[in-house]
Write a protein that binds this ligand. Sequence first.
Ligand SMILES: Nc1ncnc2c1ncn2[C@@H]1O[C@H](COP(=O)(O)OP(=O)(O)O)[C@@H](O)[C@H]1O
Ligand SMILES: N[C@@H](CC(=O)OP(=O)(O)O)C(=O)O
Length: 457
Amino acid sequence: MMKVVKFGGSSLADAAHVEKVVQIVQEDPDRQVIVTSAPGKRFSGDIKVTDLLIKYANATLAHDQSPKYVDDIFSRYQEIGNAFHVPATVLQDIKAKLVALPTQTYPNDDYLMAAFKAHGERLNAELFAACLTQAGTKARFVDPKEAGILLSDDPNQASVLEETYDNLNHFTVGNEKLVFPGFFGFTKNGQIATFARGGSDITGSILARGLGASLYENFTDVDAIFAANPKIVDDPEPITKMTFREMRELSYAGFSVFNDEAIIPAIQGQVPINVKNTNHPDLPGTLIVPEKDVTTKKPVTGIAGSNRFAALYLHRYLLNKQVGFTLKILQILYKYGVSYEHMPSGIDDLTIIFDRNQLDNDTIHKMCADINNTLHPDTLEWIDDYAIIMVVGEGMRAKIGTIENIIRPLADHGIAVHMINQGASRISIMLGTRESDADNAVRYIYQHFFSKAKLTI
Ligand SMILES: Nc1ncnc2c1ncn2[C@@H]1O[C@H](COP(=O)(O)OP(=O)(O)O)[C@@H](O)[C@H]1O
Ligand SMILES: N[C@@H](CC(=O)OP(=O)(O)O)C(=O)O
């Protein structure tokens, strides 16, 4: 029985939190592999170390050599290191690595950015291994290079290469605690590459699969994954158990508590995930498993909303009769290196939904002009203000009429629904709304399905 345990930035933000993390690691001998994020926000309005490193990278690119960037970052590690009385050499080494970042050579600015960002986790893993050792538990830092965590050549949006799992298969977990930095790995050329933001969850999941863990524990700052984002809905119900499929859809659509790509390695390795609170480790948290008992009494497990989308609406009469129309659109997207998220269609209409974070204004402009010139649609409209609401639940499969219960509260409150996608996934219904309506849509749907009076129906 071996557990991989990941601690998010909120769990490692300062010495008081690191103290709790040390206790959590020490109280269960199965917690042998630890994954650390960079120190996160200590209070609302604080800046995560990853964001401080991004500022430092941008300053370096702008030839700004002010020492304030290193000072701000180093002070975060120093506060933790001093509280644990780690040997002076540990903190000296952290400072030296930060100072050296601008002097290294990088293939281009994107790789420079990746290397700077990765040091948030790298230095925190080194520091945490020293803190554990100080607290009497034998621990060592593991470089992702040593473990063979190989990533694609996308420096800031990398994905894991399959060889990683062969490499991890040969990696031995002994008696000492192993502390891995999350968020980054190495390309085959030996360059640092990071996952997208929030990617330390992915590292934990890769290690859980690759090292054959019995459980992947993901420690954060909430008691559970709730049925709706607690920043949108007051005091939402905790989800005690959900399936991998439910988690994947909910995290895709806004449950930022668990990165949406991070579920994939856990699914491949069939490793259950337990999301728990570092501040209340005795609570059960949320268990994410391959299958669960389904009840139609509670068809909806969670409701998520995300504003990170944009849509291209296209109307042309007899679109359904035109051979190769969609192909031509896809060729244009391919030409600009753009992937799409969803493409719901009618007889004469097509809506293409994009992840807005993947697109800059120049690309949007050129892509729309190309579509206009090549396909001559009757109407072409770019909708920048687009949100997706996802209502998810394994129980929806067997329950008739759920769609009505989702739409009715929105209609009652005057919220327009621009798109409904039901059927593609059997366990979710996706709605498109204006960004300004997204939070209220989540609130009204939540109220309908989770208020106690409604549940007894
Ligand atoms: N449905 C949800 N349930 C719980 N937390 C959620 C949900 N949706 C969004 N969150 C947010 O996710 C946060 C935890 O994720 P994150 O900030 O990435 O933590 P960490 O620093 O531990 O990686 C919570 O503080 C909460 O605000
Ligand atoms: N530190 C990185 C990676 C990460 O996963 O962080 P966290 O576990 O705090 O979400 C980020 O801020 O994106």
